[in-house]
Every structure is written in C-alpha cells, then in structure tokens.
Design a protein around this ligand. Structure first.
Ligand code: NAP
Length: 310
C-alpha cells in the first residue's frame, strides 16, 4: 500500500463538506477539509433558513454556518484554506494539487457546491458590482427606497426578492413563464407582498446604465414579443446554479448534461474512492437538509472504502 498524507481529503466547506468532516473526524479518519474561501458556501449569503429541522424559529445562513463550525471544531476537524487547482484521482492514490503543494489520500469527497448562473445579456458584466448583483444579503441595503428588478422564478429569486423588499420600495420580479417554480409557501408569501410586482412571461434582454450604475432594464414579453424598459436602480439575477467543478478538468468522473457530478446511492462517483455530496451532485433537490444527508452517506461510504483498501 502506497503511503499517503491523509485517509480522506474533503474539498469544499459548505454544509456538505463540514458534515462529511464531522462524520470523518468522529470515525477517527486522518482527514483534511480544503476550502478556498470562508466556510459556509452559498448559505453564507442566505438571509433566513426556516426549513432545516431543529431550529423552529429559523436562523440566518451565517448563524447556521457558525454552529456547523463550532461542531466541527469540537471534533478537531483539520480545515485548511487553499485552492484546489487540479487533481489526479483515477488511481488508488488520489493526488490533489493545491496552490503551492500536492497532497495525497486514499479517498476524496467532492463537496464544492454550485455558483449562480449568469444570463450573458448586455450590461450584466459591465454593471456587475454597480447595480448588478447575485446576492441580496450582500447588496440589498444599498437599495433602500430604490426600485430594483429581480430575474428568475425559483426558490432563490422568490426568497431573495422578499428579502430585497425589506429595503427597496419596489421589486419587479421578472419571470419567463406564467407560473413560478418556487415552493408553494414562498409563492403564497410573494403573492401577498405589496412591494413585489411579478412581471410574467418576460425575459431580460439588456441592462442599461450610466457612470453611476444601472438605471434601466429592457425586457421582452415572450408571448407578445413586446419590448419595454423599466426604470430601476439595480438588477438581481437568480436564474439557477452551475456546479463548481472547474478543477476536475478532463477527469473521467461522469457528469450530467449540466456538469453536475453523478453519484450512486452510496454517493460514490464513477471513479472508485471518489465521492460527491451536496449541490455539486446531480440531485433532484438542493437544500441544506439534502446536502448534510448526502455528506453523512459519503463520509461513511468513504470510511468503508478506506477500511477495505488499507
Ligand atoms: P432553480 O430552481 O433552477 O430556478 C431557476 C429559475 O430561473 C427558474 O424559475 C427558471 O425558469 C429561471 N431561469 C433559468 N434560466 C433562465 C433564463 N435563461 N432566463 C430567465 N429565467 C431563467 O434555481 P434556484 O432558485 O437558484 O435554486 C437552486 C436550488 O437551490 C434549487 O434546488 C432550490 O430549491 C434550492 N433553494 C432552496 C431554497 C429554500 O428551500 N428556501 C432557497 C434557495 C434555493 P423556469 O421556472 O421557467 O425554468
């Protein structure tokens, strides 16, 4: 058996990565979790979480992350801040190239999550950070008593629009269909929110502005073809997510058509000893609850895998 640095390397420090770390540390594996930025992933920018059991009043994303971190520290989980540049994981020894070193392990859990998708419309790039945003928790306070556009009809667009409406005087929620995708309880709330006007069957075609930032969006009704402009001070884009898998390069790990990693019921990918958990995985539901469930399975599967090959 080749000598390796670790039993298990976990990549990603969101709810899935931290949970896998807690399970692996409790199993007394020699484990390291690599996270390139702050721990927490997407929930760091989630205003309020009310569907994660155990917190009947709900709690903010950052508070939940703080609890996760405390729990991981209680089991002495080894967490390193570094970027995974590439990996060579097809063989029995998994080699993970970091920014200035390479580390090796028997098993790897990929828990790198997902990032907001862009619309690639004119103005989106130009005004990013000057009125175009993907994070209400970060930027909503800049739009106090202003008018903003929000694009999308999923859970993120609806939930974040409601958070935006605590600051903005008006939110146009622009959705390409005549039905929202968001879960029903969120729909009920958004329909009852006087500050939010839903603009149905409509897509964003352009974001306009001047030296001070965004001042208009151009939208098109997909049923009638009519174009119109809306005077807004900002434009938030929530049209889905894409997996964070750039570091996989041309790896043989199987992915679906959108790039999400395919794993079996043990969370094992098409490469032996490599597991996936959370939003980066091809999964029908992306919640904190599903991410931590995936991660518990992935960590225990990794533990069995390591026991068998050692
Ligand atoms: P999503 O569920 O994929 O929804 C994306 C929305 O953007 C859809 O309404 C979609 O329209 C629209 N869209 C996609 N491409 C578009 C385009 N090119 N132009 C205009 N509109 C476009 O993504 P999400 O809302 O970011 O959620 C991601 C995952 O996180 C989901 O699994 C979600 O349930 C989960 N999440 C859960 C919560 C919660 O439980 N409270 C909160 C946030 C996120 P169509 O509807 O027409 O496809």
């Amino acid at each position: 058996m080749d000598k390796v640095d670790y039993d298990l390397i976990i990549i990603g420090g969101g709810p899935a990565g931290i949970t896998a770390g807690i399970y692996a540390a409790r199993a007394r594996l020699n484990v390291v979790l690599i996270e390139q930025m702050a721990l927490g992933g997407q929930i760091l920018s989630t205003d309020w979480i009310e569907n994660y059991p155990g917190f009947p009043e709900g709690l903010s994303g950052p508070d939940l992350v703080e609890n996760f971190e405390k729990q991981a520290a209680g089991f002495d989980l080894n967490i390193e801040t570094d970027e995974v540049v590439s990996m060579d994981i097809d063989g029995e020894v998994k080699k993970i190239k970091l920014s200035s070193s390479t580390i090796t392990s028997h098993a790897v859990i990929l828990a790198t999550g997902a990032s907001p998708m862009k619309l690639m419309v004119p103005g989106e790039e130009k005004y990013a950070g000057c009125g175009v945003s993907f994070c209400a928790t970060c930027d909503a306070p800049f739009f106090r008593d202003r008018v903003v556009a929000a694009i999308g009809g999923g859970d993120t667009a609806v939930q974040e629009s409601m958070f935006l409406s605590k600051f903005a005087k008006k939110v146009y929620l622009i959705h390409r269909r005549d039905k929202l995708r968001a879960t029903k309880i969120l729909q009920e709330r958004v329909f009852g929110n006087d500050k939010i006007e839903i603009v149905w069957d409509t897509v964003l075609s352009q974001i306009m502005g001047n030296t001070s930032g965004v001042n208009q969006v151009e939208v098109k009704n997909v049923k009638t073809g009519d174009m119109k402009t809306l005077d807004v001070d900002g434009c938030f884009i929530w049209v889905g997510i894409k997996p964070n898998t750039d570091f996989l390069g041309n790896s043989s790990i199987k992915r679906d058509g959108s790039g999400f990693i395919i794993a079996d019921s043990k969370m094992e990918t098409s490469v032996s000893g490599v597991f996936a958990a959370g939003d980066v995985r091809n999964t029908p539901l992306r919640q904190v609850a599903t991410a931590v469930g995936d991660a518990a399975i992935a960590a225990v599967s990794a533990e069995y895998y390591i026991e068998n090959i050692k």
